[in-house]
Write a protein of this length. Structure first.
Lengths: 238, 276
């Protein structure tokens, strides 16, 4: 039960308008996993994200998603948009909106949901920001608030799209530490798209590298020994 | 008292009720539109509704029964356009606005000729509100208010973050469509009083003013509604006293309040910086 499958791709091809970016992909994410997706820009990372979230059907093959994920219980941390940075909303309003996937046709938040929002704010160490305006927060604080919202929506899986974009190194380290905590202590499975390979490899258990024409999928240690991994590391350090 | 004198005219009473209700609707819808960076859609729709009114006048059909379906269709189209990844959205909307305006002017000048009607469509007339319009405005604002209260949290989520909402299973496209259809209706109802050139300010100004003053989304929604209705009532009264066109007067009041809000925020942030 603890090791149950959340997401699985079987011989999947991804792309737009019949043009595949990525073919014959196999991978699976089980409860408690930590997967990092790396690769160059335009290699299909965001397309894969969309397919895993169920927003885009694959061109071929099958993506299996656990029943709760199909109902929307995914803790998704999207890339921030420009419009969001100066959005007039309190932190509490933003975090509560994570619960809307449980709503059915309920129009207002329950007291359990209100308590849950506060708990998740506390878990991420931003409870004291509850009544602050979202647009007045620093980049790192905003990211924590969005992560708290993702936790409200999540059952067992967090999906993060370039979560450290725009953060300074210290804030990025903090975020990684938080993710590791959520993964190890709360058993939350993490799927993260990132450019920051070195930091990602510290916590990732499995790595998917998407290249121009091929892909690599394996454990972090295997990845470091693979040709893709070595080349990417060299470029990253240069 | 000028206010009592004003209210002794039935057309002023109608203008006050219908205009106040339409202002309220526009302000509520406007908060979402402005925050989603869809302000141009409101502007585009007002130009389309001008074209539709002109064509309706030329065909001799009742203006509302013709322009409501046309503008609602345009709302669908503009929304599709605004979300299209590969189109140059703002250019496309600008082109559509200008084209609708050109069609309207051509149709009018080839049929009835450029009369005061055109002037009224462009810049509005306080005499435009009929009893039927008051009824329609009341119905529309009731619909907007009910939908807004019931779907408030979902509208917030969709406005704040479409991608997240989509991933967690909210029907984002349905809410966007609802938003633009209601906006289309509000514009059609309001434009004959406010004028095609000026109606979009009812959508944009209250939201901008409220965003200067408030920190929470709920606060923004409530202050936008209050400032919209307040500015409309003040503007209508001023236009009656000064015998000025109502649309332009209301926009001038909206602008003044917006500038005051900007000033207030400046002073407040300077005060906060000084306190530190």
């Amino acid at each position: 039960m603890n090791n149950r499958e959340l997401l699985a791709c079987r011989d999947v091809s991804l792309g737009y308008e019949g043009r595949p970016l990525l073919t014959h992909l196999n991978l699976e994410v089980r409860a408690g996993d930590y997967l990092c997706v790396v690769g160059e820009n335009g290699s299909g990372k965001s397309t894969l994200m969309k397919c895993l979230l169920g927003l885009l059907p694959p061109l071929a093959g099958e993506i299996r998603r656990a029943p709760e994920l199909r109902r929307g219980a995914i803790g998704y941390l999207p890339q921030q948009t420009r419009a969001q940075r100066d959005f007039p909303a309190t932190v509490y309003e933003v975090v509560l909106s994570g619960f809307l996937n449980q709503g059915g046709l309920r129009f207002f938040y329950t007291s359990a949901q209100r308590a849950g929002a506060l708990m998740n704010l506390g878990k991420l160490g931003v409870l004291e920001l509850k009544d602050r305006c979202y647009r007045e927060l620093s980049g790192g604080q905003q990211q924590r608030v969005l992560l708290a919202r993702a936790l409200c929506a999540a059952g067992a899986l967090l999906i993060l799209d370039e979560p450290i974009t725009g953060l300074d190194p210290a804030a990025a380290q903090d975020l990684y530490k938080t993710l590791r905590y959520l993964n190890e202590s709360e058993g939350m499975a993490v799927v993260m798209v990132t450019h920051d390979l070195t930091a990602a490899l510290q916590s990732a258990r499995t790595v998917l590298h998407i290249g121009r024409s091929s892909w690599f999928y394996g454990t972090a240690a295997e990845y470091l020994r693979s040709p893709e991994g070595r080349r990417f590391q060299k470029e990253g350090n240069a | 008292m000028t206010v009592f004198e004003m209210l002794s005219y039935p057309f002023m009473r109608r203008a006050l009720i219908a205009g106040g209700l339409v202002s309220l609707c526009c302000a509520l819808l406007g908060v979402s539109l402005v925050l989603k960076r869809y302000s141009m859609i409101g502007d585009g729709l007002s130009h389309v509704s001008f074209g539709a009114l002109a064509v309706a006048a030329a065909l001799g059909v009742t203006p509302l029964s013709f322009s409501i379906p046309v503008v609602v269709a345009a709302a669908f189209f503009l929304l599709r356009m605004a979300n299209h990844p590969r189109w140059n959205n703002d250019a496309a909307i600008a082109v559509m606005s200008a084209s609708a305006l050109a069609v309207g002017i051509l149709v009018i000048s080839l049929t009835t000729g450029m009369t005061t009607d055109v002037d009224n469509y462009m810049f509005g007339s306080v005499l435009a509100m009929t009893k039927a319009d008051v009824g329609l405005s009341a119905g529309l604002s009731a619909a907007v208010l009910v939908l807004f209260v019931l779907f408030y949290h979902r509208l917030f989520a969709v406005t704040f973050d479409e991608n997240f909402s989509r991933a967690t299973g909210l029907k984002v496209d349905a809410y966007n469509t609802l938003l633009s259809v209601l906006t289309a209706l509000a514009i059609v109802l309001g434009m004959r009083m406010m004028g095609a050139m000026l109606i979009s300010s009812l959508i944009i100004f209250p939201a901008l003013t409220a965003m200067r003053l408030q920190k929470s989304f709920l606060g923004v929604v409530i202050s936008a509604g209050i400032s919209a209705v307040g500015c409309f009532v003040v503007g209508l009264t001023a236009s009656f006293v000064l015998s000025a066109p109502v649309g332009a007067t209301v926009v001038a009041v909206d602008l003044a309040v917006f500038l005051l809000a900007c000033l207030f925020r400046q002073l407040k942030s300077r005060g906060a910086a000084g306190a530190k």
